[in-house]
Design a protein around this ligand. Structure first.
Ligand code: ASP
Length: 330
């Protein structure tokens, strides 16, 4: 007989902790009302998967999360992972920004133990809610030895995604989570099955440790559109250490925006060209002479992911070559 894994489940709120008036309320409900203990008690099957401890760290929609929330969640997980009696952690989380919190954990936790972030698109009170199965699957993934060393994972709709790639791509469908190169694996009846591994460095192989991070530099995103005025770009760039410019298509920059972005780079703001499509590679020195302008490019990272990576990279260096190397490695 094998011993069961010991998993800590951290509650932070979201739809998975939500409650509607009736079962037909799949979209109209109160978020973040059920405690994590209550949620686990409503799924008695989870006790077969692991020895569980629950703790309520936050109780709010993930649209409210700022850098401070990310640091607090990461530091608490790191404390738990350091314990010999903890084999893995599951975080219940709103789906809106699950792609950001999980990626932050992926880059800053210093452990090979599984960390799984999970949410649901419908509250537990709704007809055909995904809450119970997503949480059950997340626990199954966290408790399984094959999930070690993969970095932070997001489990949803029977799929296991790497935190580097996953994004919420739909506002209401159960099938809302997508990774551009596909999921790492699936979960069936309490057993994960993996078909690929993350190729880029994470957790133990990054230079950023949640234990030593105290504050994070200000990095903003500017989303390109035809009527975007240069004064708006200049105003945002004014107070930022870094700026992700989510340009059209292949990270293109409209002629009238080149000036303010070059000025920002000259003042030391680290400007990174990304694509507002959220997919595909932005090639360095292709659509724009990036090296001449002192700009960086994101490789294939979506603007939200690139913002977090640049934020962490700026805690250690301002050097443009070193920063560009970060986008090629993580
Ligand atoms: N607003 C919620 C949140 O992100 C939505 C959800 O959980 O699906 O916290």
């Amino acid at each position: 007989m094998t011993t069961k894994a010991s998993i800590v489940v951290i509650g932070t709120g979201g739809t998975i902790a939500g409650q509607g008036k009736t079962t037909v309320n799949t979209s109209t409900y109160l978020c973040s009302v059920l405690g994590i203990g209550e949620l686990l008690e409503s799924i008695p099957q989870v006790s077969a998967l692991a020895n569980l401890q629950a703790e309520q760290l936050l109780q709010t929609g993930s649209e409210n999360f700022d850098n401070g929330h990310l640091l607090a969640i990461g530091k608490r997980i790191a404390e738990l992972l350091a314990r010999n009696d903890v084999d893995g952690v599951v975080v219940t989380h709103g789906t809106d920004t699950i792609e950001e919190t999980s990626y932050f954990l992926h880059l800053t936790l210093k452990s090979a133990k599984p960390v799984v972030v999970v949410g649901s698109m419908r509250p537990p009170s709704a007809m055909s809610s995904d809450a119970a199965l997503n949480l059950y699957d997340a626990l199954a993934v966290a408790a399984h030895p094959s999930s070690r060393g993969l970095g932070a994972l997001v489990v949803a709709n029977s799929e296991i995604h790497t935190a580097r790639d996953v994004v919420k791509s739909n506002s209401f469908k159960l099938d809302a989570f997508r990774s551009p190169y596909g999921a790492l694996g699936i979960v069936i009846e309490g057993t994960p099955r993996y078909y690929r591994r993350p190729a880029r460095a994470h957790t133990l192989d990054t230079p950023w440790s949640i234990d030593t991070l105290r504050t994070l530099p200000k990095v903003d995103i500017v989303y390109a559109y035809g009527a975007l005025e240069s004064s708006a770009v200049a105003a945002i760039a004014k107070n930022a250490r870094g700026l992700v410019f989510a340009g059209t298509g292949n990270g293109n920059v409209a002629g009238h925006l080149i000036g303010p972005l070059r000025d920002a780079a000259r003042r030391g703001v680290r400007v990174v060209r990304a694509s507002r499509t959220g997919n595909g590679v932005v090639l360095h020195n292709a659509a724009q002479p990036d090296d001449e302008y002192g700009w960086l490019t994101v490789d294939d990272q979506a603007p939200l992911k690139a913002r977090l990576l640049l934020t962490l990279a700026l805690t250690q260096t301002d050097d443009t070559n070193a920063l560009q190397a970060v986008f090629e490695r993580y």
